[in-house]
Structures are given as C-alpha cells and as structure tokens.
Design a protein around this ligand. Structure first.
Ligand SMILES: Nc1ncnc2c1ncn2[C@@H]1O[C@H](COP(=O)(O)OP(=O)(O)OP(=O)(O)O)[C@@H](O)[C@H]1O
Ligand SMILES: [Mg+2]
Length: 225
C-alpha cells in the first residue's frame, strides 16, 4: 500500500476525468469514490465529479471524510460509509451511544441517502436502510492490522449489493470479509475461505430509534436481543 498523497492534478486532467465519467457512466452503474482527493483538488472539483455520476443515473458510493463528505451529502449518494471519526465530523458533534448514532443515521436517510453505514472498527457497524437501522456485530478475531478494513468492507458490500444480494447477506459478507482482513498483516489482504467461516458468527440486530431514545441503552439492548 502506498500511503503518500498523490500528485496535484492539472485543470486539464480534472476536465478529462469529468468527460470520461460523463461518457462512460450508464444508468444503474455503481461508482465508488473512496479516500482523500489529492492536494489542489477542491471540494468544488469533487462535487462536480460526483454530480456527473448522479446526473448520469449512477449509484454513487462515497467513502471519504471532512469537507469532501459534507459536499457529497446534498447530492444524495446511494451509499456512504463514514467511520466513527468521520461520522462525528459530519454531524458536527460527539456521538456517544448507539441511540445517538441511530438518530443521526435516520436523519441522513431522510436526506435521501439509501444506505447509511457507520463503521465502528472492532465494534462492527450501524446500518440504515429503508427507514430502519441495524446493528452489525462482527466475529471475534485476533486482529493483526485493521488498516484497510473500511476499504475491504466497502468493496465487499458493493460486490454483494451489485449482485442483488439482500442487505442481510451483503452485511454478513462485508463484515466477515473485513474481519478477515483485520487478521492479515498486509493492509489489503483477506481470505475468502476464512470469510465463509466468519460469516456464521456475524450478528445483525434491528435497532428502533423510538425504543432507544425512550429507554436506557441496557434495557434497549436486552429488549432487542
Ligand atoms: N478488529 C476487528 N475485528 C473485527 N472486525 C473488524 C475489526 N476492525 C474492523 N473490522 C470490520 O471492518 C469494518 C470497517 O472498519 P473501520 O471502522 O475501522 O473502517 P475505517 O476506519 O474506514 O478503516 P480504513 O480507513 O483503515 O479502511 C468494521 O465495521 C468491522 O466490521
Ligand atoms: Mg475509511
């Protein structure tokens, strides 16, 4: 993995990228924008690229942070996957409980984002879709390196949803795949065989924001098993 930032793009190369997207994206295509844009690539440049995906009917997936993520929200991406830090930065406040996350996820869904996935490292993820929010608990593994787990999770969920898997199946796979990644020392390695084993241990729990705002975390977790 090369972690240095990329070269500063020229105005011409940004325009060429824009043109290419315009020509190639077709209705229903999945287009993933992941990571931080290079220096000199402004949030406005970023917005123009994302707009191009949406205007061509593409399914826009955004996995980024800060101002770039904020810029993406009004364009109503199909799927976003901020991690704990990125989601708190997005909503502008600290989120401490599952209830607080659930309510923010519902707010983001109400803005027209189809899948809102907040990843929480070894605590799994909270996933909003169709007005409902699910808590996904990952398998317990011996972690060696969790860098890249988010990238692998996004790759896994997009691979499954784009093949028309249902949400539960897609979450089980992406969660097990990223857990497998965490057991590997390299930032981009995982095992599909291990993923099949780990999938059986993934737990998915439905969270209701009404329950979670009225009752304490403990009661809520108990009542929802
Ligand atoms: N130690 C772990 N054990 C099991 N699963 C893990 C672990 N760490 C991460 N995961 C899985 O990977 C998913 C994504 O992880 P995380 O929230 O760390 O993403 P991220 O911060 O975007 O990662 P990165 O930016 O390094 O790719 C989690 O939701 C979880 O399902
Ligand atoms: Mg990430």
């Amino acid at each position: 993995m090369i972690t240095d930032s990329g070269f500063q793009p020229t105005v011409e190369s940004i325009q060429r990228l824009h043109q290419k997207l315009n020509q190639q994206i077709q209705q229903g295509d999945w287009v993933v924008f992941a990571g931080s844009p290079p220096e000199g690539f402004s949030p406005d440049d970023y917005r123009e690229l994302l707009k191009c995906v949406v205007e061509n009917g593409g399914r826009l997936v955004v996995d980024t942070s800060g101002q770039y993520l904020k810029t993406a929200i009004p364009l109503r991406p199909y799927l976003i996957k901020p991690n704990e830090y990125e989601s708190q930065e997005l909503v502008g406040r600290t989120l401490n409980t599952v209830d607080e996350y659930v309510n923010e996820i519902k707010r983001l869904m109400a803005k027209g984002i189809k899948y809102v996935i907040v990843s929480l490292g070894d605590r799994g993820s909270l996933v909003g879709h169709n007005g409902e929010v699910f808590q996904v608990l990952p398998p317990s593994i011996e972690a060696r390196n969790d860098t890249g787990c988010g990238d692998v999770f996004v790759g896994g969920i997009v691979a499954m949803l784009s093949r028309k898997a249902d949400l539960e199946e897609a979450l089980r796979f992406a969660t097990a795949l990223s857990a497998s990644k965490a057991t590997h020392t390299s930032s981009s390695s995982f095992s599909l065989e291990q993923t099949r084993q780990l999938e059986k241990q993934v737990r998915i729990i439905r969270r209701e924001s009404v329950c979670c705002t009225l009752k304490s975390e403990k009661t809520c977790a108990k009542s929802q098993g």
